[in-house]
Design a protein around this ligand. Structure first.
Ligand SMILES: [Zn+2]
Length: 446
């Protein structure tokens, strides 16, 4: 069923009205799956006992309560969400069921997003991600579908919905940067998505050199940068590609007999660069290109811009139970936040909010030499890895939401950091994730 875009009107009761002068720009940075556990792991690895991440220096408002609704009955709560339900909350201020993109649970009504509001008010807009550009987080700002996997025309989950990439291009977003070359050959009305985008005036480019050399002065241009077939390769991997594993009791004579119940721990190893990331743009390079283009457009459009930037693979690497993957993506995200905050300080009138859609399954656990720690198989049922930190300390990481290859999300609160909010703002302490939308809206549209 093709959805008629009559938006559910949203009454934001919770966000107080903000009385300060309104900044022109809002930049929302979403660390996908970035719970405090993932932040802690990256900080421990890189800085040992220090608070060395850039986000550690930001205004930290507290935590946002995350949950979703049940598709069968939206009066019931789902205590763990996904990137679709979480992205929808950030983009619209309303909760929905998992897998849904900016549509209401059960009743399937479209919900207007902050990016659509910005477009309607003639602001410039952009979406930047390390995932395929149609992944759930960017999609939640620019499309309305029942199933997040309705990415391009002809995808089976569409069931009649207009696909995410069609809706994104039809929305005329100024800047799209991420993965997704496989979207281009899909056909609508006998035209490829690539041709439709070119007809719309997009400049499409597919390599890092083009990204680093964009002409920021050409403020009429719309950019679509595509740097991988699907999700972009990650920055780091384990030592020699090593992954956490289920520990086995062992030792014994020649390895044939188990001499006791104690498991054998792996030797601590440092993470290393992922060779597949060679030649791939970094998140901060994509962000720098987006910021310079949007800043140039601001010279002829005083209304400013809305930009969403996603570090997507913090989540994807938690799913894969790959702690080095998580750390590399966390540090890339943190460097990007620093760059954005520096831009905001120079540009002025720019609100920066940093948060997550939901938590992941990464856990830092006892080192095996911890006193009284039972080292039997029964006590370590999941996937275990021992990392050697920058400072030479041994760091135990654990994934235990299942013993197969796809770890679960967790229902933990997510942090909220910012630059540019007044002291008296509604994001302090323990808030609801739905409150963030109202703060962005007040700043953009006041
Ligand atoms: Zn996920």
């Amino acid at each position: 069923m093709r959805r008629i875009l009559i938006f559910v009107s949203v009454l934001i009761l919770s966000a107080q009205q903000i009385t300060v002068a309104a900044p022109k720009n809002v930049i929302l940075l979403v660390g996908d799956g970035m719970g405090m556990a993932e932040i802690t792991l990256a900080r421990n690895y890189q800085f040992d006992s220090g608070a060395g991440l850039y986000i550690d220096t930001m205004d930290f408002h507290g935590t946002a309560i995350v949950n979703a609704l049940r598709e069968s009955d939206p009066n019931l709560i789902a205590f763990v969400g996904d990137s679709a339900s979480g992205g929808t909350v950030l983009a619209t201020g309303q909760r929905t069921a998992v897998r849904r993109i900016a549509t209401t649970a059960k009743y399937d009504a479209p919900i207007e997003t902050i990016l659509e509001l910005a477009k309607r008010s003639s602001l410039n807009t952009g979406l930047v991600t390390t995932a395929v550009i149609t992944d759930a987080t960017p999609a939640s700002f620019a499309a309305h579908v029942t199933n997040r996997y309705c990415m391009k025309p002809g995808d089976a989950p569409c069931e009649g919905d207009i696909s995410i990439i069609e809706q994104m291009i039809d929305l005329d977003i100024d800047i799209l940067l991420g993965g997704g070359e496989r979207l281009l050959p899909a056909i609508r009305d006998e035209k490829t998505i690539e041709q439709i985008a070119l007809d719309k005036g997009y400049t499409i480019f597919k390599d890092r050199a083009s990204l680093l050399n964009i002409n920021a002065d050409n403020d009429n241009e719309k950019l679509w940068g595509i740097f991988s077939d699907y999700h972009m390769p990650i920055e780091w991997q384990g030592h020699g590609g090593r992954m956490p594993k289920k520990l086995e009791a062992g030792g014994g004579i020649l390895g044939f007999f188990k001499d006791d119940n104690n498991v054998i721990f792996p030797q601590a190893r440092a993470c290393e660069a992922n060779p597949n990331h060679d030649g791939i743009p970094k998140l901060e390079e994509m962000t720098n290109a987006a910021l310079s283009k949007l800043a140039a457009k601001s010279k002829t459009n005083e209304k400013g811009f809305f930009l969403m930037i996603e570090g997507a693979s913090i989540d994807k690497q938690s799913h894969a139970a790959n702690p080095c993957g998580v750390i590399g993506e966390m540090l890339a995200f943190d460097r990007t936040v620093k760059m954005v905050a520096q831009f905001a300080k120079m540009q002025g009138d720019t609100l920066v909010i940093v948060t997550a859609d939901h938590g992941g399954s990464t856990q830092t656990i006892h080192h095996p030499y911890y006193e009284n720690y039972k080292r039997t198989e029964e006590n370590i049922p999941g996937l275990y890895e021992m990392l050697l930190t920058n400072g030479g300390n041994e760091l135990s990481v654990y994934y235990g939401t299942n013993n197969i290859s796809d770890q679960a999300h967790t229902g933990i609160n997510v942090p909220v950091f910012s630059h540019g909010l007044p002291r008296d703002n509604p994001l302090r302490g323990t808030i609801r994730q739905t409150d963030i939308f109202g703060v962005m809206k007040s700043y953009l549209l006041n």
